[in-house]
Design a protein around this ligand. Sequence first.
Ligand code: B4P
Length: 188
Amino acid sequence: MNIILFGPPGCGKGTQAKKLVSDRGWVQLSTGDMLRAAIASGSELGNRVKAIVDGGNLVPDAIVIELIEERLPEAESAGGAIFDGFPRTVAQAEALDAALEKRGTQVDAVVRLMVDEQELVARMEKRAAEEGRADDNIDAFKVRLKAYQDQTAPLLPFYAAQGKLKEVEGMGSMEDVAARIAAALDTK
Ligand code: B4P
């Protein structure tokens, strides 16, 4: 199974991806985590993307596509992948389709988590207080939200036309959201 967790910054993609990994044994492929790890390691890639990520902007497609492609063999051995924060542009979605097709697989479902903007800001502020992530501040958050609206949300009709889109209410407790995602994935 290849599942995309889709939605605006702070909608719970990372949280729910971890839950799916523990429940179903799939691999979480989070481009946000990969980029933060590169930044923390001080690698050449990390230094190149730090200002982009900290400012809330999208990293160039070629970089994230390469990061994902490197990890696809892992997903194959685990029997499934949860794409968390990828794809975020039409070019990324097309590259993912092509890479999966080469391996004889495909995107099986796209789970869209729906959360209102006030709640997104509240979650970001809570995480800012707890973890101090560099892009969890209101200015970077506005840039992230705009990038989502302008560049990522246009993927919704692309996946809806393929009959793969599952819309899930993302408000409420993490457990309630997880139960809704499980129900959506287990319904054909
Ligand atoms: P991401 O790491 O993907 O950041 P995000 O969209 O904010 O999602 P995140 O996973 O952190 O938050 P989540 O919704 O889980 O990307 C960071 C940056 O990396 C991007 O801005 C961009 O610069 C770059 N990047 C990443 N992927 C890229 C790509 N494909 N192309 C180009 N650039 C890319 O949850 C947020 C918080 O909500 C958590 O603190 C959690 O505890 C809380 N929460 C979750 N569920 C909750 C619930 N039900 N109730 C209350 N709180 C909840």
